[in-house]
Write a protein that binds this ligand. Structure first.
Ligand SMILES: CNc1ncnc2c1ncn2[C@@H]1O[C@H](COP(=O)(O)OP(=O)(O)OP(=O)(O)O)[C@@H](O)[C@H]1O
Length: 169
């Protein structure tokens, strides 16, 4: 990662039997009008794990009793530069779902996801995540078009290495 890479987290909560995923409709800023997991930028000195937990609570009211780091997205775009997104899932959650200033949450059946009104690349990597695989995905964009993509399955150790390089102070 260089200084110009922007780092984000995104976390996807699931119901207890894993058949439904909670998505949020972004109400403002980046990705407005699109369904996505919950997340955002780490605060100064915050680990990405803590960021993922905090954003989940702030944006939809849920707390993750446990969560799994399942992937990393590496995006390069002619319009918005480089982005690195750490992807988490949470299958053991507590609390009541609430709407926040940023997100309008809604449960979706995993089997019925249409990818309508999601980020363009979501349909490329969400299936890998939804099948329970760990991955690193790279996308390149020229303007809004995907010009290159690669999705690699990785193991927990490889992800831990990527995560440890992003932990910061
Ligand atoms: C490019 N491909 C991507 N695919 C999937 N998710 C992506 C993403 N890039 C960023 N993310 C997510 O996008 C939101 C931006 O966060 P954003 O609202 O800017 O950050 P944060 O919540 O810190 O904002 P405030 O500064 O508090 O408004 C946040 O949901 C984060 O999870």
């Amino acid at each position: 990662m260089d200084l110009l890479t922007r780092r984000y987290t995104v976390i996807f909560p699931f119901n207890s039997d894993g058949t439904q995923v909670l998505l949020g409709l972004k109400k403002r800023g980046m990705g407005v009008g699109l369904w996505n997991g919950f997340g955002g930028k780490p605060e100064l000195g915050e680990t990405i794990d803590k960021c993922a937990r905090r954003e989940l609570k702030e944006e939809c009211g849920l707390e993750a009793r446990s969560m799994q780091h399942v992937g990393v997205l590496l995006m390069k775009s002619t319009t918005s530069g480089q982005v690195e997104v750490f992807v988490y899932t949470a299958k053991d959650i507590v609390g009541d779902v609430i709407e926040s200033d940023e997100m309008k949450p809604k449960w979706f059946k995993v089997a019925d996801l249409t990818y309508k009104d999601t980020y363009k690349e979501a349909r490329e990597w969400w299936p890998t995540m939804l099948q329970g695989n760990k991955f690193v995905a790279r996308f390149e964009f020229v303007d809004a078009a995907i010009t290159s993509k690669e999705i690699k399955h990785v193991d927990a150790k490889q992800l831990a290495l990527l995560r440890s390089s992003a932990i910061g102070p």
